[in-house]
Design a protein around this ligand. Sequence first.
Ligand SMILES: Cc1ncc(COP(=O)(O)O)c(C=O)c1O
Length: 406
Amino acid sequence: MRFHYVCSDCGKVFMTEELMYQCPECSKENNGSSFPKGNLIVELEDEVLEKARKKDHVTPDDFYPYPSDDKEIFPIGVTPLMRPGRIAERLSLPNLRFKLDSQLISGSFKDRASYEVALQAKALGEKKIVLASTGNAGAAMSAVGAAMGLDIILFVPASAPINKLMQSVLYGAHVVPVKGSYDDAFALSIEYTKLFGGINRNTAYNPMTIEGKKSISIELFEQMGRTVPDAVYVPVGDGCIIAGVAKGFRDLKKAGLIEKVPRLIAAQSESSDAITRAIRNEDFSPVSATTRADSISVDLPANGRMAASAVKESGGWAVTVSDERILESQLELTRESGVLAEPAAATAFAALEEDRDHIVSELGQDASIVVLLTGTGFKDMKVFDNRISLPEPIENSVEAVKKLKF
Ligand SMILES: Cc1ncc(COP(=O)(O)O)c(C=O)c1O
């Protein structure tokens, strides 16, 4: 056996590698009034971690429940670790880095989870994958599906950015826009799976999503010369990415490769702050999310409990920022580093700007800080409407050039 499952709430152990979603007991209590319970954690067997410990260079495959036999079919990372010189200077944070997951194949971090779920499907002999998404997870799953010949059924809020939806249609997925929120699409996708089968990839509901997402931490560890940063800023909606980041560091620690887990800083919009409330006040009730940062607009976070405890265990905290601040930071990021990130990803940077003095007081100015830029801004240019416009064309003449003021 390579792994087994443990319930993140009651701690019950399930010694099986069969397809499992949630703890049958704890998930019985889920009724939408509070963050769901019963999400499962995949625990790798000791021999797997022992083998990783002895290696001079590890890759996510050493830690995946379903390792890949053909990594080139859909390469995940290594994504660039950028030193944003001008921004680091402005903020006086010399050891600031951006991790550019916007450069994954479908343009977002979600490729990581989608790839591991595709490997799960392959191992279990399943061809159909069903999911709900705010846009990026759907596009990522559809891209992996195209590369690996899988049938993707995707439920999305009809209001998701058009490019994210078009992207999934182009990859050949069956796209079902829902007249409702992401949370509604989530519920319908689970109903679909009950009715018509297939593997459900919903974020956190399928524990393999966390396993895929943890690959970033393994990658960072090698990229940073077998060390980890002091702090990582992560944009948070459902809480699956941050829980995945935490799981990667935890697996590295369990394997004896690192001694401490970095502080995890959860970055949220003030208009979608369910997990922040859980971190600060143990409040697990839903919110009415309205943020323009569509990828992190979540009422009832599917992985809220695990995310909140991962942040607290790491000694980290939550930072909320206004939508206005997010959009300003998105522009600053573009103009001062050359990275065009989507609003959700820019939220992590906005949170760092907001939190700059606090993090320096906690960890010192030389702290090594990584901001996860989780998705490209090219998918949602509409966000710049009424903010940025193309200049008027000039006449085709030297006279017109002479009049230019720059
Ligand atoms: C670009 C981007 N950043 C951040 C997130 C938030 O991840 P999570 O919902 O797992 O917290 C998402 C989720 O869709 C995303 O697409």
